[in-house]
Design a protein around this ligand. Structure first.
Ligand code: PGA
Length: 893
C-alpha cells in the first residue's frame, strides 16, 4: 500500500512497511484485489482529508465479494499492525524522568539524597503481574512474526543490507510480511489454560528472565550500591479462578511445574556457560577455602581440571541444581550433570549461598562481590528475583464462591446449618471461633459439591506448592467483589483446611489474603472494612508478622458501575483514605491496581498513573496487572520491556519520595470540586446506563457484544452468569464492544455534563494546571475522544431493531460526547483534540482512515448475520473485523 497522510510528518518506517505490504497483497492476492484495497484506502484517506464525498467509501465497499471482504480486512489489519510496530520503534516512553537514573537525579535536585532512595528500596516491591484476561486478539504466531520484523528493522537501522543468514534484509522483511499474510489470524480452536500458561512463560523466559537482572545491574550503577531485588514479576495464570471454571488445582500444578522447569533450566544454562568461562587456575591465582571446599565436594575429579577449582565448584553446583530439577520437574535436565547423586537444593537461598561463595572468591578483595554486570552477578540476581518459581502466582476467587463453600463446610461438619442466613456480625463471630480451633472442617469421608471439592483441592495444591517451590511461589490470595470482613475470614478458613493458616496464640498465615474492592460503594467502604479487619486480634497478629498488607482496587468494574470520572475519583479517594488506616494499624500498605489496556479499564500511561497516585499511598510498594494486548506491547521485546520496567520503577520512586505537588489546603479545595464533578458525572452515567428504559437491549443490538463473546481469545467464559443485566456482564466485553462501535463510552461518558455544570471555570483551570491526578485523567479521556467517532458510531444504530428508540438513545450519547469534547477543549485551552500532543495526534490520525472502512464492513456483516444468513464467511468476516479494529485502536477492551 502507498501511504499518504496529509498534514502529518510521516514515519518513514510506516511508509516502507506499507509499501512492502502492498507488494505482498499484489503478489499473493492478485492485482485486482490490490487495486480494490488501494481504492478504498485512498478514498478513505481522502475522506479524512475532507476532500471526498462521505459515501465514497461505502461505494467502494459495496463492490467487495465476501472473499474479497475477508482479504481486505486482513490487509487493513496487517497495515495497522505494521504501523503499531513502526511507532513502537520510535520509543515508548518519551516521558521525562521515566528511567531510574533520571528519577534519582531529579530527586537529588529536589534535595532528596540517594540514601533515602536506597532506604526506600530496602522495603520496596514493584511487580507487574501478568494475567490471562481475554483482550489479546492476535495469535502468538502473528505476534512472533511481528517481532521478527522488528528485529530485521533493527538490522536495517544499523545500515546492514544482509541478515546473518546472508539474505537481503529488505527481502527478509518482505518474506516475513508475506508469512503474516498467509497466517490465519483467527484461532480455530478455543484456548485452554495450558495455552495461556505457555504464552506467559514465553514472555517470562525470553524477556523477564534476562531483562530484570540487567536492569538491576544498571540501577546498581546509578545508585552507587547494590539495591535489593525489588522488581519481581507475578502471574495470575493458573491461579485466577474468578468466573473461570477451567482453572483448577491441576492448572495450578501445571503453571508452577512449567515455571520451575523454565527457571531452573535457565539457571542450568547460565551455570554451564559460567563453567566454560571461569577457567581460573590455582597456579596463577590464590583461591578461597570456601571455593576449594565446593570444588572438593563437587564430584568433579577430572585431572585436567584439578587446578581449576572454580570450574569444579560450578560443576558441583550444577549437579545439585540438576538434582533439584529432577525433584521439582520430575525428569532429567536436558544436559546431564557430572554427578548423578548430588543432593538437591532445598531452597533457592541455599543455591544462592553457593553462588555467593564463588562470587566472593572471585572478587578477592571482598568489594563488589555480587556486582551485577557479570554473568555470576546476574545469576545471583536472577535467583533472588525468580527463585525456583519464576513468577509469584496469585490465587483469585469470587467472594460469592467462598461464601457457598464455607457454608457447605460448616453445614456438613454440623457447625452451622445455614451460614448464609447469618448477618455480618453473626458470620464474623462464627468464623473467628472456627479460625481459633485447630480442628479442620472438611473430611475425606464426605462427598462435597464439585465447587467445594475444587476449592478445597486448590488450597491443598497451594500448600503442596509451598512445600515444593518455597513460599514465594504463592504469596497472595485475592478475593473478587470483596465487601466485608467476613469475606476475608472465609478465605482464612479455607487456608486453615490445608494448614496454610495455623491457629494459636500467635496465629500465622502463609498466604496473604487480599480484598479486591471493585464497585463504587465497595471502594467507598474499603477504609471501614480494613479498619474493622485490623481491629481483629488475629488479623493484627498476622499483619504485624508480615509487616505489610495488600489491598487490590479494580478499575473496570468501578467504571462499569459508576462511569469514568467517578471510578477514577473513587479509586483515588479510597487509596488516600486507606493510608491512615494502615498507618494506625502499623502496617505498610501495598496497593494492587487491577487495570487493563483500555482507558475504561484503567489503561493509559503507567508512568503518569503511578505518579498521580495520592501522596503516601505508594511508599515503594506497588503491584499492577498487565493484561492482554498490553503484555505484547510492553514486553514483546527486551527493549520495550526495559523501557517499560524502567518507567514503572522510576515512577514508583518519584511517587514515593517526591513531596506532594499540592499543599493540603489546595488539595482540599480541588478535592471538593472533584467530589462535585464526580457526583454530576455519576448521575449522568447511571441515568443513561442503568436508568434508561431499554438500554440493555440497545447495547446488545448496537454493539457486537454477542460476537465478541464468541472470539476464541481466552480460556474463560465471557460471562459469569446467564443474566444479560449490565451489572452481571464482565467488564471486558462491556468495554470491548463500545470500542468496536467507536463510542468508547466507558472512557468518557458523563464527564462533559459534569464539566459543563461546573461554574467556577477559574478553579477548573487551576486544577488542570496543577494537579497530576486530573492531568492524567484528562489526558486519557482526550485520547479516547480522539479515537472515538460519533459519525461512524451513528451507523451502528441501523443494527437496533427499534430504530426510533435506538436513535433517541444514540442522540443522548452523541450529545454527551460533544459536550465532553467542547468542555475539555475549553478547560485545556485547545482549539481541537490533541492539539498539545502532536505525536499522539499524528499516530491516531494516521490510523483513522484505516479503521473507518472496517467499521462499515462490520456493520454490513452484522446485519447479514443477524438476518440469519448462514454463510460461514460472514461469521469469519465479523470476527476478523473485530480483530482488525482492536488492532488498529491498539486497545481491545
Ligand atoms: P475481571 O477483570 O472481570 O477478571 O475482574 C475485569 C477487567 O480486568 O477488566
Amino acid at each position: 500500500m502507498r501511504i499518504a497522510i496529509p498534514h502529518t510528518r510521516q514515519n518513514p518506517d510506516i511508509r516502507f512497511l506499507g509499501r512492502l505490504l502492498g507488494d505482498v497483497i499484489r503478489a499473493y492476492g492478485g492485482d485486482a484485489l490490490f487495486r480494490r484495497v488501494e481504492y478504498i484506502r485512498s478514498a478513505s484517506v481522502d475522506r479524512h482529508r475532507g476532500i471526498a464525498a462521505p459515501d465514497s467509501i461505502e461505494l467502494g465497499l459495496d463492490a467487495l465479494t465476501l472473499d474479497d471482504t475477508i482479504s481486505f480486512v486482513r490487509g487493513f489489519m496487517l497495515f495497522s499492525m505494521l504501523a503499531n510496530l513502526a511507532e513502537d520503534r520510535q520509543g515508548v516512553a518519551a516521558e521525562p524522568g521515566a528511567d531510574v537514573a533520571q528519577a534519582i537525579a531529579r530527586l537529588e535536585a529536589e534535595g532528596i539524597d540517594r540514601d533515602r532512595v536506597t532506604a526506600l528500596l530496602q522495603q520496596a516491591l514493584v511487580a507487574p503481574v501478568l494475567t490471562a484476561h481475554p483482550t489479546e486478539v492476535r495469535r502468538k504466531s502473528t505476534i512472533d512474526h511481528r517481532n521478527h520484523i522488528a528485529e530485521l528493522m533493527k538490522l536495517r537501522d544499523m545500515g546492514r543490507t544482509e541478515t546473518d543468514g546472508g539474505e537481503l534484509v529488505e527481502e527478509a522483511i518482505y518474506r516475513q510480511i508475506a508469512l503474516l499474510w498467509q497466517t490465519r489470524p483467527l484461532r480455530r480452536e478455543r484456548l485452554y489454560v495450558a495455552d495461556e500458561v505457555e504464552t506467559a512463560l514465553a514472555y517470562l523466559r525470553d524477556v523477564f528472565l534476562p531483562v530484570i537482572p540487567a536492569l538491576h545491574a544498571r540501577w546498581e550503577r546509578a545508585l552507587g550500591q547494590r539495591p535489593p531485588s525489588f522488581l519481581k514479576p507475578g502471574s495470575w495464570i493458573g491461579g485466577d479462578r474468578d468466573g473461570n471454571p477451567n482453572v483448577t488445582a491441576d492448572s495450578l500444578r501445571l503453571a508452577l511445574g512449567r515455571a520451575a522447569e523454565t527457571v531452573i533450566g535457565h539457571y542450568l544454562d547460565l551455570l554451564h556457560r559460567l563453567g566454560a568461562e571461569l577457567s581460573i587456575s590455582t597456579e596463577l591465582t590464590p583461591v578461597t577455602e570456601e571455593v576449594i571446599a565446593l570444588a572438593e565436594r563437587s564430584g568433579d575429579n577430572s585431572p585436567s581440571r584439578s587446578d581449576e577449582p572454580f570450574r569444579r565448584a560450578i560443576t558441583g553446583v550444577y549437579s545439585r541444581l540438576a538434582a533439584t530439577y529432577r525433584v521439582l520437574v520430575g525428569r532429567e535436565p536436558p544436559r546431564p550433570p557430572a554427578s548423578a547423586d548430588a543432593e538437591p537444593y532445598a531452597y533457592p537461598a541455599d543455591f544462592r549461598a553457593d553462588l555467593v561463595a564463588i562470587a566472593h572468591a572471585l572478587a578477592r578483595d571482598g568489594d563488589g562481590a555480587l556486582a551485577g554486570g557479570g554473568g555470576l552477578g546476574r545469576l545471583i540476581r536472577a535467583v533472588e528475583t525468580f527463585g525456583f518459581h519464576l513468577a509469584t502466582l496469585d490465587l483469585r476467587q469470587n467472594a460469592d464462591v467462598h461464601e457457598r463453600v464455607v457454608a457447605e463446610l460448616l453445614n456438613s461438619a454440623g457447625v452451622e446449618a445455614d451460614y448464609r442466613a447469618l448477618d455480618e456480625e453473626g458470620r464474623v463471630a462464627l468464623l473467628r471461633r472456627e479460625l481459633a480451633s485447630s480442628r479442620p472442617l472438611s473430611s475425606p469421608y464426605v462427598t462435597y459439591s464439585d465447587e467445594t471439592a475444587s476449592e478445597l483441592a486448590i488450597v491443598h495444591a497451594a500448600a503442596e506448592a509451598h512445600a515444593r517451590y518455597g513460599a514465594e511461589a504463592i504469596t497472595t490470595y485475592i478475593i473478587s467483589k470483596a465487601e466485608s470482613v467476613s469475606d476475608l475470614l472465609e478465605v482464612h478458613i479455607l487456608l486453615k483446611e490445608a494448614g496454610l493458616y495455623v491457629p494459636g496464640d500467635t496465629p500465622t498465615s502463609a498466604i496473604m489474603v487480599v480484598p479486591l474492592f471493585e464497585t463504587i460503594a465497595d471502594l467507598e467502604n474499603a477504609p471501614k472494612v480494613m479498619t474493622a479487619w485490623f481491629a481483629l486480634p488475629e488479623a493484627a497478629t498476622i499483619t504485624a508478622a508480615r509487616g505489610v498488607q495488600e489491598v487490590m482496587v479494580g478499575y473496570s468494574d468501578s467504571n462499569k458501575d459508576g462511569g469514568y470520572l467517578t471510578s477514577v475519583w473513587s479509586l483515588h479517594q479510597a487509596s488516600r483514605a486507606l493510608a491512615p488506616v494502615f498507618e494506625r494499624a502499623g502496617a505498610a500498605m501495598q496497593l494492587f491496581h487491577g487495570r487493563g489496556g483500555a482507558v475504561g479499564r484503567g489503561g493509559g500511561s503507567s508512568f503518569m498513573a503511578i505518579r498521580a497516585q495520592p501522596p503516601g499511598t505508594v511508599a515503594g510498594r506497588i503491584r499492577i496487572t498487565e493484561q492482554g494486548e498490553v503484555i505484547a506491547a510492553k514486553y514483546g521485546t527486551r527493549e520495550s520491556a526495559v523501557t517499560n520496567l524502567e518507567a514503572m520503577a522510576s515512577a514508583t520512586l518519584l511517587a514515593s519520595l517526591e513531596p506532594p505537588q499540592l499543599a493540603e489546603a489546595e488539595y482540599e479545595r480541588f478535592a471538593g470540586a472533584m467530589a462535585k464533578l464526580s457526583d454530576t458525572a455519576f448521575h449522568a452515567y447511571r441515568d443513561l446506563v442503568y436508568g434508561t428504559e431499554g438500554f440493555r437491549t440497545f447495547f446488545r443490538q448496537f454493539t457486537p457484544i454477542a460476537e465478541i463473546a464468541d472470539l476464541k481469545i481466552g480460556s474463560r467464559p465471557a460471562s459469569r452468569t446467564k443474566s444479560d443485566r449490565i451489572e452481571d456482564l464482565r467488564a471486558i466485553p462491556w468495554v470491548f464492544s463500545w470500542a468496536q462501535a467507536r463510542v468508547m463510552l466507558p472512557g468518557w461518558y458523563g464527564v462533559g455534563q459534569a464539566l459543563a455544570a461546573f461554574e467556577d471555570r477559574g478553579l477548573l483551570a487551576e486544577m488542570v494546571e496543577g494537579w497530576p491526578f486530573l492531568q492524567s485523567t484528562l489526558a486519557n479521556l482526550e485520547m479516547v475522544l480522539a479515537k472515538s467517532d460519533m459519525e461512524i458510531a451513528g451507523h451502528y444504530v441501523a443494527l437496533v431493531e427499534d430504530q426510533a428508540h435506538g436513535q433517541a438513545i444514540f442522540d443522548r450519547i452523541r450529545d454527551g460526547w460533544h459536550v465532553t469534547r467542547d468542555n475539555l477543549l475549553d478547560i485545556t485551552g485547545q482549539s481541537r483534540l490533541l492539539e498539545k500532543s502532536p505525536a499522539l495526534d499524528e499516530s491516531i490520525r494516521l490510523r483513522l482512515p484505516y479503521i473507518e472502512p472496517l467499521n462499515h464492513l462490520q456493520i454490513e456483516l452484522l446485519k447479514r448475520h443477524r438476518a440469519g444468513e448462514d454463510d460461514p464467511r460472514i461469521h469469519e468476516g465479523i470476527q476478523l473485523s473485530i480483530n482488525a479494529i482492536a488492532t488498529a485502536l491498539r486497545n481491545s477492551g
